[in-house]
Ligand binder design. Sequence first.
Ligand code: ATP
Ligand code: MG
Length: 352
Amino acid sequence: MASTQTSQSLAAKVQMNVLPDDTLFGIAPTMFGVRSKAEKICRTNVPVLLCGEGGTGKEALARWIHSKSEFAMGEFVKVNCAAIPSALLESELFGYEKGAFTGANLVKPGRVEKAHQGTLFLDEIADLDWNLQSKLLHFLQDGTFSRIGDQGERRVECRLICSTNKDMEKETAEGRFRQDLLYRIQVFRLTMPPLRERKEDIPSLAEHFRQQFEKQFELKSFAFPPEMLVYLKSLPWLGNIRELSNGIARYVLLGPEASLHQENTGRRDRASEGEAERAKRLPLKRIAKDVIHEMEKKVILESLRANQWNRRKTAQELKISYRALIYKIRDAGLVSRRAALQQQGREIRPSE
Ligand SMILES: Nc1ncnc2c1ncn2[C@@H]1O[C@H](COP(=O)(O)OP(=O)(O)OP(=O)(O)O)[C@@H](O)[C@H]1O
Ligand SMILES: [Mg+2]
């Protein structure tokens, strides 16, 4: 497949979202095996299955493997098999021809084609519908597939990385996942340990996120006192690295008083309950509400910052009443950098 992009811009793209080796793998002994295996397999073109609880860094590892592979100059194409309804997933993955079904007014290449000479990352592979499992198996056997409504076969060469937080042996034993497909996708299997089994990495990960969020929110925060690092290491982190990242975001935004352990509170009682299982039981409405809430918070924060925290101007810009804005600011726990620093009893330096 021809590409008009310069090698320079491609190289920049490859670097996008790829964590440095030491940040990704850390120093915890539980990561040694993952690192040495990953370093070996990244240079081969065999399918890899990444396992591990939610938020342990499976996608981060997939991007890293892609960046080190011979397909690094191609695209990293992610498809979340759980997020796209099965009825749409086939056309999303394999594309369709004009007139293939009602509404198919144009030819649409699928994501598999987009991944030609790159990496196809199938996230949450266990949720792939049974029929699509067969089509994927066919593709893996000889690299060919057909767009929906197309008689002809197309050939794509790409690297395949799949990820799951499910027990794949159970999925096959209970008839939800094809055994033959599992053999194909897991020529190599890498399992990311949960954060509670790589506690040695918590201080450096926390510091990594603190610096990241300081930049993102344009805020300064306190360096972590040693006792806080001890405390962080003592938490169960059922949401793993993602949960730690969220905790540090609150720390940077709201200061040490912010509930760093907010997501942990009450979770100790549910320590045996899988994060993914719990997340799955969340009603869709609740998930959508949370996402909208987060986005709203981000927009308000950006607008407040653009208007130097002038709330009247911000309300005008956002086309909501002043009262509504005040309510939303309180509800979202947003504070200005000045207020945050004052809350922390810290002087504002002239350069800040
Ligand atoms: N070693 C690391 N250093 C810094 N950030 C990391 C590291 N590992 C993961 N992250 C960050 O943590 C978050 C969760 O990681 P990621 O999405 O890769 O996890 P996951 O296992 O794919 O989760 P899920 O199963 O929920 O999709 C991301 O924001 C990612 O950038
Ligand atoms: Mg993921």
